[in-house]
Write a protein that binds this ligand. Structure first.
Ligand code: ZN
Length: 299
């Protein structure tokens, strides 16, 4: 799922491509993509894009007349910048947003089409898309500590719950926990102030580092290779591969149709935890799927 670094880089690229441009039209292929009816999508046609912003893991296109197009890519949704009027090809093609200089192609490489698009009128209509998660780059260490300990969650759940933190998902939470040297199963209320501080710093460091790396890779182009699995990640998606800090093989816990990766030496005092009991523990702290977690409303 595109998370804060990926969404930030999409937004920077979209600012270069479509800010100030007029939306000529939207060609929708995916039957479940558009989730709002009033105003109709056509209301944005002929309108100029006057801002782009991130709302949690969503991308918001602001049009003149206070119309907002809210796009959630979910797990497999991706954006591509193509020549004007590009054909929406293949089963993954969901929609094309046509502008004079080019077309923004939305694809979803999954048989379950979860990506969603809403058009809403007026700033207040964006409120239902707010999950209430803390914006890490606007937070103080004490706000972070208070937010994280509001509920006694496993760290893996707390970091990825959009009601707790904004913009962090499965991939970067693995990296953050590895950086902080903390077990994904540790409960948030067991952490002392120094550990919470270390975790906060790890959040900022990991998100900043990957945002900067993505920015350098994309240059003034468009992010065509957004993926949750990167060679330069320490543990996420690297089951069985050596930890870059200590070389021991990265482990995994499977839960909610997903997996969490960690290094036992760096994060769990060298304990190799049993996958089955762990996944039971994590499942108890989890909705059935990542999609359900993503749709949880603010507290
Ligand atoms: Zn390690």
């Amino acid at each position: 799922m595109p998370e804060l670094p990926d969404i930030s880089i999409y937004i920077e690229a979209l600012e270069r491509k479509v800010l100030g441009q007029t939306l000529v039209g939207v060609r929708v292929r995916g039957p479940n993509l558009v989730r709002s009816w009033d105003p109709a999508l056509q209301a944005a046609f002929g309108k100029r894009v006057c801002e782009l912003r991130r709302l949690g893991k969503r991308i918001v296109f602001g049009f003149e007349g206070a119309l907002f197009l809210v796009l959630h890519l979910m797990i497999a949704g991706r954006l591509r910048w193509r020549k004007p009027g590009v054909k929406i090809a293949g089963r993954g093609g969901l929609a094309a947003f046509d502008f004079a200089p080019g077309s923004l192609l939305l694809t979803e490489a999954s048989s379950h089409k979860r990506a969603s698009l809403h058009l809403v009128q007026g700033e207040a209509a964006l409120a239902p898309f707010e999950r209430g998660g803390l914006e890490l780059f606007e937070a103080t260490p004490s706000q972070f500590a208070a937010t994280l300990t509001r509920e006694n969650r496993t760290l893996k759940r707390a970091l990825t719950d959009p009601r707790i933190l904004s913009g962090v998902g499965n991939a970067y939470s693995d990296e953050i926990l590895h950086r902080a040297g903390l077990s994904p199963l540790q409960r948030t209320r067991q952490l002392d102030q120094a550990t919470l501080q270390r975790l906060f710093e790890a959040c900022l460091e990991i998100l900043t580092r990957f945002t900067e790396q993505l920015r350098a890779e994309v240059g003034d182009g468009f992010p065509d290779k957004v993926t949750a699995f990167r060679e330069d990640m320490a543990v996420h998606g690297r089951y069985g591969k050596p930890c870059p800090e200590c070389s021991s093989p990265v482990q995994r816990i499977r839960y909610a149709s997903n997996e969490c990766n960690y290094c036992p030496v760096c994060q769990t005092d060298g304990k190799l935890l049993k996958d089955r009991s762990l996944s039971r523990l994590l499942k108890g702290d989890w909705p059935r799927t990542l999609e359900e977690l993503e749709e949880l409303r603010g507290v």
